[in-house]
Write a protein that binds this ligand. Structure first.
Ligand SMILES: Nc1nc2c(ncn2[C@@H]2O[C@H](COP(=O)(O)OP(=O)(O)OP(=O)(O)O)[C@@H](O)[C@H]2O)c(=O)[nH]1
Ligand SMILES: [Mg+2]
Length: 466
């Protein structure tokens, strides 16, 4: 056989088969990172806050999980995306755990249901998940179904359309201690429930139960944990069976996604606006705080000023009173001054009067003096005459003796000649006139003295008053 014939006669197929058998044997024994096709199931869990959504996720992962102790505060803040592989089934579960609808938080800002649903779908779109195999609507046995659940389902249908019903189921949580009889009774009760009647058609995939190892029983190591484990394992299996068997997922159309994106954008815009507003609000708050502090400082100042003002006002009032008193005193002084003025005037008047009176008195005195001088002159004359008479009578006394008569008129020198009766009578008459003249002088002096006394009395009273 030629070489050509020998080469052409080689059985290539048999050789390849032999090679591949060796390779396969080696890969099966030693091959690394072996790949196998898996199917994925996208599951979204939604429902009111604290109904047990995150706990369902834990149950699906591992039925031995024990949830944290119950609190009223919401747990999941943002949608959570997690992927699990069901080993025997070559199925991958993409679980989207959403924040609770009608969330209760510390800041009292309820997340609106549409917002929470939107966030979940947006997250799926971001993860290139554009179809859902199941939407698990979660309600807790402990809190039942209410108007908020109805509202949430209506919103979901409004977003995604009626078709979503084919891929929706209801999951009742907190049922780890319920036996089959109790569950059936529960189902019957549900059928009678007003709210459930409204949403029942939505759950075309049916009603399922869920639960978890009770944290209190776990804490106390109660025997009931075993039964709970068995029950929740059944729930888990039923749920997983459901997810695995769903072959027709609900597609989220591009349109819905873009709508959701738009809605989400507007939500984000609103969130940004909200953040802005919050920042502005914070700035305003700090400004208000500053102003309040300023106000308090100014108030303190104003209070101080008010106190000072009140003090000043008191001082003004006091000084007004003092001023009034001073004015009164001034008035009194003015009155006294006036009185003194009057007194001075009266004194001046009195002095003038006195001057006049004194003048009159001086005049009168002068007059009287003159009168006295006249009288003296008269008396001297009269004395002279008497002396003459006596001289003549002395010369005649020897021829006409008369009874001796001892008359000795004023400033008349004694004589030894005896006067006649006629002489004596004349002398007596003259003496009487002399006496009369003296009486007149005396009366005038009396009058003068009286006037002087009156003036003195008046002056003393004026001086006393002043
Ligand atoms: N016994 C029992 N407790 C549960 C069950 N589901 C939830 N809980 C309790 O309820 C609490 C809240 O459960 P979560 O799973 O966090 O509720 P959620 O719906 O995810 O809450 P949000 O994320 O706030 O919306 C958990 O800490 C558990 O204590 C259940 O099936 N059985
Ligand atoms: Mg949660």
């Amino acid at each position: 056989m030629s070489l050509r014939e020998t080469v052409n006669s080689v059985d290539t197929n048999a050789k390849r088969q032999a090679c591949m058998e060796l390779i396969n044997e080696d890969y099966n024994k030693l091959g690394q990172y072996k790949m196998g096709e898996v199917q994925s199931r996208n599951i979204m869990i939604i429902g009111r806050t604290r109904t047990g959504k995150s706990t369902i996720k834990l149950l699906l992962m591992d039925p031995r999980n024990v949830p944290d102790e119950m609190t009223l505060k919401s747990g999941t803040k943002d949608p959570q995306f997690q992927t699990f592989h069901i080993q025997q089934q070559e199925v991958v579960l993409n679980i989207i755990d959403t924040p609770g609808l009608f969330e209760r938080s510390n800041v009292e800002s309820d997340i609106r249901p549409d917002e929470a649903i939107l966030k979940g779908i947006q997250l799926c779109a971001n993860m290139e998940i554009t179809k859902f195999h199941a939407i698990c609507f979660c309600v807790a046995l402990t809190s039942g179904i209410n108007a908020q659940d109805v509202e949430a389902i209506e919103k979901l249908i409004a977003f995604l359309g009626d078709e979503i019903m084919n891929n929706s189921c209801l999951v009742i949580t907190h049922c780890e201690s319920k036996d089959e009889e109790q569950r059936n009774r529960l189902k019957l009760e549900l059928e009678q429930d007003t709210f459930f009647k409204k949403i029942n058609p939505f759950f075309k995939l049916g009603v399922y139960f869920s639960g978890s190892l009770n944290s209190d029983d776990y804490k106390h190591g109660n025997e009931s944990l075993k039964n709970q484990y068995l029950t929740i394992s059944d729930y888990r299996k039923k749920l997983l069976d459901l997810f695995i068997k769903i072959e027709k997922p609900f597609p989220i159309s591009e349109m819905i996604i873009s709508q959701i994106r738009q809605a989400n954008d507007s939500v984000e815009q609103k969130t940004v606006q909200l953040e802005d507003e919050k920042q502005k609000n914070d700035e305003l708050q700090s400004r208000i705080k500053e102003l309040q502090e300023k106000y308090l400082k100014e108030k303190c100042l104003a209070d101080d000023l008010r106190v000072k003002y009140e003090q000043q006002e008191r001082l003004v009032t006091d000084s007004r009173v003092t001023h009034g008193q001073r004015e009164g005193q001034l008035k009194n002084l003015q009155e006294k001054l006036q009185q003194k003025d009057n007194i001075i005037k009266r004194r001046e008047k009195c002095q003038a009067q006195l001057g006049n009176d004194l003048k009159k008195i001086i005049e009168m005195e002068e007059h009287q003096t003159k009168k006295l001088e006249d009288n003296c002159a008269k008396l001297e004359h009269y004395n002279y005459e008497l002396n003459q008479k006596f001289t003549s009578l002395n010369s005649q006394c020897y021829t006409h003796p008369v009874q001796s008569y001892s008359v000795q008129p004023y400033s008349v020198r004694p004589y030894s000649v005896q006067p006649t009766i006629q002489d004596v009578r004349e002398i007596l008459e003259k003496q009487q006139r002399f006496i009369k003249a003296f009486k007149e002088i005396h009366a005038a002096q009396d009058c003068l003295t009286k006037t002087l006394r009156e003036i003195i009395v008046e002056l003393s009273s004026v001086i006393e008053n002043s």
